[in-house]
Design a protein around this ligand. Sequence first.
Ligand code: GRF
Length: 213
Amino acid sequence: MAKLKVAILISGRGSNMAALIEAAKAADYPAEIALVVSNVAEAPGLAIARKEGVPTAVVSHRDRPDRETFDRAVSVELERHGVELVALAGFMRIFSPWFPTRWAGRLINIHPSLLPCFKGLHVQQQALDAGVRLSGCTVHFVIPDLDAGPIIAQAAVPVLADDTQDTLAARILRQEHRLYPLVVRWFAEGRVSLAGGRVAVTGAAPLLFSTDP
Ligand code: GRF
């Protein structure tokens, strides 16, 4: 059966991208990474993608007069590669409303908190300041409002008494690397559906718990 063509959009390190590329190497993985797009030419993740032989494109936001012009240029690249699902992974640009509308139901993001808690930036500091005992990561559909789309799956980890932003971020990141490839697999298997703003995943539990340090 044909594999689902996935694009990953990055701006930096690309560790979630690398986890998806790794997962897609398995012969029985139902998705292929058809393209990695970065808005930052120097993003370290681009070098990883190139080394893995994944097609890459750089679409700089600096050359574009407004957000929608940038979004349309990204979209042209995605269409050129026949992309069917767009996975944001540390992509640090806010879209115009045009992009999530164009890719509605086929645009997902991973965020390092249990949404709807702690949106935006400095997420781990927000969690530490709030004194929560659990945090984690969320894969969700992207809508024009930031970090607000329907939730597909989450992974939860404990917040420990001596955690810093860095130790908490690292614990969550390990779960991101498990969760994102899993969700993309479900997508490719046609198990994720969205109706009335609620997501259903058939035949799988869209929640991971980890007590790993
Ligand atoms: C991850 O924590 C992700 O949840 C957030 O940005 C970070 C990107 O890290 N959206 P990486 O580039 O995937 O290593």
